[in-house]
Design a protein around this ligand. Sequence first.
Ligand code: ZN
Ligand code: ZN
Length: 123
Amino acid sequence: MAGPLNAKVIMAKCSNTKKTFGMRIEQRGGDWVRTWAFPLDERRAKHEGFDANTVSGSMNADGEYPGCPHCGSDGFVQCGCGKIGCAGGVGNHGNYAKYTCPWCGSRCDLSAAEIFDVSGGGY
Ligand SMILES: [Zn+2]
Ligand SMILES: [Zn+2]
């Protein structure tokens, strides 16, 4: 049996619509796994303290992970500012992709390797 469940909700923003959502993640064998995503009001998230939750490293998507609740994207990008956005707004330009962070507005070019778990998204 698995040990005590280590799970938390982190805040993310849809890079398509700039709307916030909560991403529920769970630690399994040292890795974080994304298990759920749901629309989340920024004010409520602050109230619950979700905005203070951070995570680093890779987060795999569980088979049940529904994707971004606003645009359906499975992938996510972590900006240099530390905030997470869904990969729905990533524009694909051949070998690289352009991402605009919905939190701080900075633009960056990503190689495909930097976009986590973009599976089945047509990339
Ligand atoms: Zn999205
Ligand atoms: Zn940013």
